[in-house]
Design a protein around this ligand. Structure first.
Ligand SMILES: Nc1ncnc2c1ncn2[C@@H]1O[C@H](COP(=O)(O)OP(=O)(O)OP(=O)(O)O)[C@@H](O)[C@H]1O
Length: 701
């Protein structure tokens, strides 16, 4: 028997009735009042308290949890060991070509059917491996449904279990912006490690079969991060070779050359020469350079990895990282390679005699340097059977170092269209086409239509006059399809800067049906005769033909009108350009004069140090004091070169008077001074000093 502090006795041995909640407080009060009461409390005495049950249950749960957790850990540990031992796994990082193979492989193997999570994007030229969610094309026609595999999926492949899971991550790009990236993890449950490589090879083969009708283009058009590289993948249908109209043999030569290159890999190895080949396609815009590269890629089944050096984030490091990720047997394409070099655009308008201004720093349009570009071409990443293609509109801007053999092995020149090319373009577009059933009204405005002479509806005469010096073929079959009275070209009826060239009067519907080969030949000849050689780019001719794609007869017939219109527009542009050049020249002259006036007077740039104080001051100023240069000419021409000088103050009664225009500096004799003796050249000075022993070192310094 024990006694509590309150004097109540505690019978620790006799069982207590199970206490009610209200009783609990008094019991606890009893216990806590005794110093060291926890030791005094007999555990059996608490057996019947409700706290006892809680404590016991808690301990039981704790123990059970610990056991379960231990078992789980053991299981995971075992599973990891087994997995490591009996499985092989691989990671495919987004942006790498292998990621595309595996994504397509998963789609083709219907792995997505087990997963229910998709990423939906509107259909575009971007390469995605969406799945057909419905057989109704109206439902899936406008969007791509790409399975995301966010949760692990198991599937069987050739009798092996394979687990797939995709992880997403956000990383910091080189430009500081967060970027989304992802990786797919594949685990094949087998000890045979060759199964994984077989799976990857099967994925690659499947990918190649699938994309055969397409050319895959990897574009480096977004900032990269770390050692990895993000390519934006697109695809384009193959460009048929015959759709590119170039001088005979150009394309065949190029393709033969590339094929021979791929066939001679061992020769390159034996000779110790890096296995790569460089081509430069140069010429005016719209002459077929990019189209050629796409056609070559399609024929040789190659992927294109393309850079645009004009992007601000592209620098030397970016190029290096990118080239190392390009797989073997691909095309490395650098479009507009002259962007990497300083632009001489500012000097384009200069007269040949215009002195080059020292302050005109060349404008670099890209973060890539010439040496960075050369390193990229020569680097390891560019070897291993890669075709290096570069295009430019300005071959004259390229450094000879870039063009040397080994970097650029072949240069192919593209020109504006010849008559033969114009015919080829016409025939390509209208072959097997239908001639229009009715000739439409020609309604074309020609400005400054001096090119055109008044003609009746004899269109071959019109052509002859509109295009003096054209291919010169007599095309008496202008209306070879029996279209009477379709032309009434009368530019002189409305003289002036803008005249309506022609109106068609009475256009009887004539059903012509399919164009025969001979008709096509006649029409194409008529079309080509309207243009001079090297006057328009194929892209321009194609643009005209496309706007008439349902009217082949009218397209051939009205070509001379279009040509006249283009010439008038060009003339107008040339005149505007000439005016602008004149303004620039005048402004430049004014700036030079202002600069000259600001220069220190003659004699200030003496090779000798100024004399010590007290031994005479600087020579007297012979020029008027420097004045503010004239403000830039604000003639609304945005191209005007900015003048980096202070703007003269507004004319106001309080403002300082504006300096008068600067005259050339007066000659010395005009000022009544003896002209100074010419300064000795530096070499003469040095020789003189050496020859004169009386000069000691301190003098020389
Ligand atoms: N020789 C050609 N034969 C057929 N089509 C051509 C030819 N040249 C240009 N085209 C057409 O003109 C368009 C532009 O061609 P492309 O992009 O290949 O020209 P480019 O020389 O690469 O121009 P840029 O220098 O501006 O990049 C394309 O649609 C192409 O079909």
């Amino acid at each position: 028997m024990n006694t509590t502090a309150s004097g109540r006795s505690l019978d620790l041995l006799s069982p207590l009735p199970v206490p009610q909640r209200s009783q609990h407080r008094s019991l606890w009060d009893d216990i806590k009042g005794i110093p060291g009461s926890m030791q005094l409390v007999n555990i059996p005495r608490l057996q019947n308290t409700w706290m006892y049950y809680y404590v016991v249950d808690g301990v039981k749960y704790l123990a059970a949890g610990a056991v379960v957790d231990a078992v789980r850990r053991v299981f995971v540990w075992l599973f990891q060991r087994i997995k490591l031992r009996y499985s092989t796994s691989a990671e495919f990082v987004m942006g790498d070509p292998a990621y595309e193979w595996i994504t397509l492989f998963l789609t083709e193997n219907n792995v997505w059917q087990q997963s229910r999570d998709f990423r939906v994007s509107s259909k575009s030229s971007k390469l995605v491996y969406g799945v057909a969610m419905s057989t109704n094309p109206d439902i899936t026609g406008s969007a791509d449904y790409v399975p995301t595999y966010e949760s692990p999926q198991l599937f069987r492949w050739r009798g092996y279990w394979v687990e797939v899971q995709r992880y997403r991550a956000q990383i910091q790009g080189t430009n500081g912006q967060p970027q989304q990236t992802a990786a797919i993890f594949l685990t094949v449950f087998t000890r045979n490690i060759t199964v994984l490589s077989e799976l990857v090879e099967a994925a690659h083969r499947g990918y190649q079969d699938k994309i055969k009708p397409y050319v895959t283009i990897f574009l480096a058009d977004s900032p990269s991060f770390g050692a990895s590289f993000l390519w934006n993948v697109k695809r384009k249908p193959h460009r048929p070779l015959e759709s590119i109209i170039l001088p005979e043999g150009t394309l065949d030569d190029l393709i033969d050359d590339a094929k021979r290159f791929f066939a001679s890999e061992s020769w390159y190895q034996r000779a110790g020469i890096p296995h790569r080949r460089g081509y430069l396609l140069h010429g005016p815009p719209g002459t077929g350079k990019s189209s050629t590269i796409h056609a070559v890629a399609g024929i040789l089944n190659l992927e294109i990895h393309s850079f645009s050096l004009a992007s601000t984030f592209v620098d030397d490091g970016f190029l290096q990282r990118a080239t190392t990720t390009i797989p073997k047997r691909s095309i490395v394409l650098v479009e507009d390679i002259d962007c990497a070099l300083p632009s001489r655009e500012d000097d384009d308008d200069s007269d040949p005699g215009t002195p080059v201004r020292n302050d005109r720093i060349p404008v670099r349009r890209s973060g890539v340097t010439l040496s960075g570009l050369l390193n990229m071409i020569d680097g390891i990443g560019s070897e291993e059977g890669k075709l290096f293609f570069a295009t430019t509109n300005h071959i004259d801007r390229l450094d000879p170092a870039l063009l040397r053999p080994g970097r650029i092995d072949r240069k192919i020149r593209y020109t504006l269209a010849t008559g033969t090319q114009a015919r080829g373009l016409y025939e390509r577009l209208f072959k097997d086409g239908e001639a229009e059933a009715q000739v439409d009204v020609v309604d074309v405005e020609v400005k400054e239509s001096g090119d055109l002479k008044k003609k009746d509806d004899n269109s071959d005469q019109t052509r002859g006059s509109a295009n003096p010096g054209t291919n010169g073929e007599d095309l008496a079959k202008s209306d070879s399809f029996g279209l009477p009275g379709t032309r009434d070209v009368s530019p002189e009826t409305e003289p002036g800067p803008s005249s309506r060239v022609s109106d068609v009067k009475g256009t009887p519907p004539t059903a012509l049906g399919k164009i025969s080969d001979s008709q096509l030949a006649d029409l194409s000849q008529q079309f080509a005769a309207a243009v001079r050689d090297y006057e328009f780019s194929p892209a321009e001719l194609q643009g005209y033909l496309l706007s008439n794609k349902e009217r082949p007869v009218a397209a051939a017939r009205d070509m001379s009108v279009w040509v006249a219109q283009q010439r008038a527009e060009r003339q107008e542009k040339a005149e505007l350009k000439e005016e602008r050049k004149e303004r620039r020249r005048a402004q430049r002259a004014r700036m030079e004069a202002a600069r000259f006036a600001q220069q220190p007077p003659y004699g200030m740039y003496s090779p000798f140090p100024p004399p010590p104080s007290g031994m005479g001051g600087p020579p007297p100023r012979l020029h008027p004091p420097p004045i503010s240069p004239p403000p830039p000419v604000n003639d609304g021409d945005t191209d005007v070169v900015a003048v980096a000088t202070a703007t003269p103050p507004e004319a106001s009664p309080t403002a300082a008077p504006v300096s008068p225009p600067v005259d050339p500096p007066p000659s010395m004799s005009a000022l009544g001074l003896d002209p100074p003796a010419p300064l000795p050249s530096a070499s003469k000075l040095v020789n003189g000093l050496n020859a004169n022993p009386s000069h000691d070192d301190s003098e020389r310094s």
